[in-house]
Design a protein around this ligand. Structure first.
Ligand SMILES: [Zn+2]
Length: 433
């Protein structure tokens, strides 16, 4: 049984040996997630994901994997330590050195803690000769990335170590690559729609990737570092970085532009043959000639999506998760020890849990801290943002027993008999879990 009583959820926001300046607590999601024991700071810009955050993350990764399988992308894991020679070959080591973590091994060989894997995956591709018949090839991973942020902030939204889903595609030529690029972008749109937080896709700046075309996925949020320009006339959107001066739409010349602060949660790039040429990756084409494959890369900020969606949906003191990645969909609150409804509650809680488990799998948690009043636990369940809370209160003593169901998105409670409760929850949840 998933139990809140046994859950590791330290709720004091500051651990003893960490210097934590209160002025860093600038975002709502960061404050709530720390206070409620969902994340915990390890050091400046470094966070533990505690059991509730980890469950949310696992759900998100499940959604990502499913959509990647649908388009034929193959999941791998690449090393986090990257030999710096690979980055010397592409010239990237000189360009962005201040953001990188460089480490030496005992033989003084230099490594990077992976910020991104273009070089590594291209080297992997080149290690085994390919023919045009094996293309397009899409390889992805969900892995740890590092960035030496000058000013990490917003908790897991901008940290020094984070989880990314990064995908790399190899195609014969630009036409075929554009087809693959669009296919992956559509899969990304599906992932974001499934998560359920409003997102915006705009033309992006290519930055350190060096390609010639890119798109970004953003969650609109006041605390975001990016500013998006969206044309109200034709709908074209771009990152302000692309044209810091212009207040005119590059597509239709309209000056009716809307500015939105946002958090970047995904980025896709056309890379061309920059990496394949630099690292001598080739495939043999139909006529037998060896050519560098045309590459694209695609990133999703996995841990950032968790923080950013909580940031977008929550209020000052209550977390709201997107239903799709809520750590648990249903929380059960049995009666307090010694209360008049305790017997009825005790008789029913296990069968309720088992009924639910048959239908909703392990997506249920019981707040079995029965030394606490129902009221106190309900307040906490609301704060934690469980979409549905089933309370076994006074009406358990009626015949038949009545269960109180609280719904987070309507902020309302209703009483149900068991069979009606199950039917209602089935209706509300099954297609969305
Ligand atoms: Zn326009």
């Amino acid at each position: 049984m998933n139990s809140l009583k046994n859950m590791f959820r330290p709720t004091k926001p500051i651990s003893k040996n960490v210097s934590f300046k209160p002025d860093e607590l600038i975002s709502n999601s960061q404050k709530l997630m720390l206070e409620l024991g969902i994340i915990r700071q390890s050091a400046n810009g470094l966070y533990h994901l505690l059991p509730l955050a980890q469950r949310s993350l696992d759900k998100l990764i499940f959604i990502i994997n499913k959509n990647m399988m649908d388009i034929g992308a193959q999941k791998i894991s690449m090393p986090v330590l990257i030999h710096s020679n690979l980055w010397k070959k592409t010239g990237r080591l000189n360009k962005n050195i201040e953001d990188l973590y460089l480490v030496n091994d005992r033989k003084s060989k230099e490594f990077l803690l992976s910020p991104t894997h273009e070089e590594v995956v291209t080297d992997l591709f080149s290690s085994d000769p390919k023919t045009y018949k094996q293309l397009p090839l899409m390889l992805y991973q969900v892995g740890t990335k590092f960035r030496d942020e000058i000013r990490p902030k917003l908790g897991i939204i901008r940290s020094k170590e984070f989880l990314m889903k990064d995908l790399y595609s190899f195609d014969r030529d630009q036409t075929s690559a554009t087809f693959t690029y669009n296919k992956v972008c559509q899969a990304y749109e599906k992932i974001f729609k499934h998560i359920g937080v409003k997102f915006i896709r705009v033309e992006g700046a290519s930055g350190m990737m060096g390609g010639n075309q890119s798109h970004e996925f953003h969650y609109p949020a006041e605390v975001g570092d990016d500013t998006l320009l969206q044309c109200k006339k034709c709908g074209f959107g771009m990152n302000k970085e692309m044209s810091p001066e212009s207040v005119q739409c590059p597509k239709c010349s309209s000056t009716d532009i809307e500015f939105t602060k946002a958090i970047e949660v995904g980025h896709t790039f056309h890379l061309g043959t920059f990496y394949s040429s630099a690292l001598s990756a080739t495939y043999s084409d139909t006529d037998g000639t060896m050519k560098p494959p045309y590459m694209c890369s695609y990133g999703l900020g996995v841990s950032r999506i968790i923080g950013a969606s909580v940031e977008c949906l929550s209020t000052q003191d209550v977390i709201q998760w997107p239903r799709s990645i809520s750590p648990f969909t249903i929380c059960i609150i049995p009666a307090k020890e010694g209360s008049i409804e305790e017997n009825a509650s005790l008789n029913n809680v296990h069968s309720l849990y088992n009924h639910f488990t048959e239908i909703f799998g392990d997506d249920i948690i019981v707040d079995d801290r029965t030394h606490m009043t129902i009221g106190k636990r309900l307040i906490e369940a609301k704060k934690l943002g469980f979409p549905f809370v089933v309370v076994m209160g006074k009406k358990m003593n009626e015949t038949p027993s009545l269960y109180e169901l609280y719904e987070a998105n309507t902020n309302k409670s209703e009483h149900y008999e068991l069979s009606n409760l199950i039917n209602y929850l089935k209706q509300q949840c099954l297609d969305k879990i």
